[in-house]
Design a protein around this ligand. Structure first.
Ligand code: KG4
Ligand code: ZN
Length: 344
């Protein structure tokens, strides 16, 4: 049995998990900072980094309570090295590197975006390639071709706001809490007449994404209502209209690529795939005769199980990192870290 300890501190959640090749997901711990950041309407990087410093030892204590001496159980330590907030990333990395040094175990650095892909593969084997993957999170929106496991060709990404970021910004404009996605989804459920907003890049042939035009259209619509407080009905109709446009724009891009090239599977990951409306629309794409792979809702948003699962793949390839591994806040999927992009 090979067991990987996964750690993710890329943004505002501190996460620790254990994943094994024979037992699957053993333990998933998350300490959320949502309450701390909600009053600012977004993540405050300094606060996030300081909280990770407090939460990691706490989660490791919980791990010990659950598993006794976990150090005898684990074979390697996998930690997110980027992309994310530099202070947050460094906290997890430093902890993981020192643990690896002390226990004399391999250290595996994980790209958070690749981690999201593996959130769909917890307790599962990697499917037959080629595959089309999409990551829709708070920091990223991208689509990539998986040539074979671990080999990605990015086909398109956002030119401005990330998909989840657009949800968060529209939620802020509607005076809802952070993160905005779940609240917008909840209000959208009760809408009887969604507002008709434009669908981003509806007729563009490009596989890039853009959400800031839609975000601005929604904010302008709210301004034009010229009200101090919006009614629940107005918030619901705006939320639903916005959600419809975002989801439609994602589905158009996926269809465009599925029409052009052959794929065995479609995998959609990242925090926004927690959204039930989007999940249902993606599920409808089974009409293409491909496998649709989505993460369970609990592994959609940031967690360390996906990092541990991804770590297992790299462990089998003996793809280990040195203990001078740095944090790479802006690294893309499939990109090799280099000194030039260090803390870019
Ligand atoms: O993957 P994630 O946890 O963190 C990043 O790597 O960025 O994604 C967080 C994002 C936030 O922007 C949040 O608003 C969005 O995912 N999100 C949702 C839903 N749940 C989380 N967006 C739409 N609908 C949801 N139900
Ligand atoms: Zn994430």
């Amino acid at each position: 049995m090979t067991t990987i300890l996964g750690i993710d501190t890329s943004c505002d959640d501190t996460a620790v998990a254990l994943y094994s090749d024979t037992e699957g997901d053993l333990l998933n711990l998350i300490s959320s900072q949502e309450e701390l950041h909600t009053r600012y309407g977004g993540v405050v990087p300094e606060i996030a980094a300081r909280e990770h410093l407090k939460s990691i030892p706490h989660l490791m204590r919980v791990l010990t309570e659950e598993f006794g001496n976990y150090t005898e159980l684990i074979d390697a330590i996998a930690v997110t090295f980027g992309p994310g907030l530099v202070g947050s990333l460094l906290t997890g990395l430093s902890f993981g590197k020192s643990l690896s040094y002390r226990l004399n175990l391999p250290f595996i650095s994980i790209n958070h975006l690749e981690g999201h892909i593996y959130s769909c593969l917890v307790n599962k084997e990697f499917p037959e390639t080629p595959g089309l993957v999409m990551v829709v999170s708070g920091g990223h929106t991208l689509m990539a071709r998986v040539v074979e496991e671990g080999d990605y060709e990015v086909l398109g990404q956002t030119r401005d706001d990330a998909c989840g970021e657009a949800f968060d910004k529209v939620a802020k404009a509607l005076n809802l809490g952070y993160p905005g996605g779940p609240e917008i989804e909840e209000f959208a459920r009760n809408s009887s007449s969604p507002i008709d907003f434009p669908i981003p890049m509806e007729r563009s042939e490009s596989l890039d994404f853009s959400f800031s035009g839609l975000k601005t259209a929604v904010i302008n619509y709210i301004k034009e209502l010229n009200k101090d407080t919006l009614s629940t009905e107005e918030i619901s109709d705006i939320s639903s209209g916005f959600q419809n446009s975002v989801v439609e724009s994602l589905i158009i891009k996926i269809k465009r690529e599925l029409d052009r090239n052959d794929y065995n599977f479609l995998l959609v990951s990242g925090g926004v795939i927690a959204n039930e409306f989007l999940r249902d629309k993606v599920d409808e794409l089974t009409s293409y005769g491909i496998d649709i792979i989505l993460p369970p809702v609990e592994y959609s948003t940031d967690n360390a199980m996906m990092i541990a699962r991804c770590g297992l793949f790299h462990y089998h390839k003996e793809d280990f990192s040195k203990l001078d591994m740095e944090a790479y806040p802006t690294i893309n999927l499939g990109e090799e870290p280099s000194k030039e992009m260090f803390r870019r």
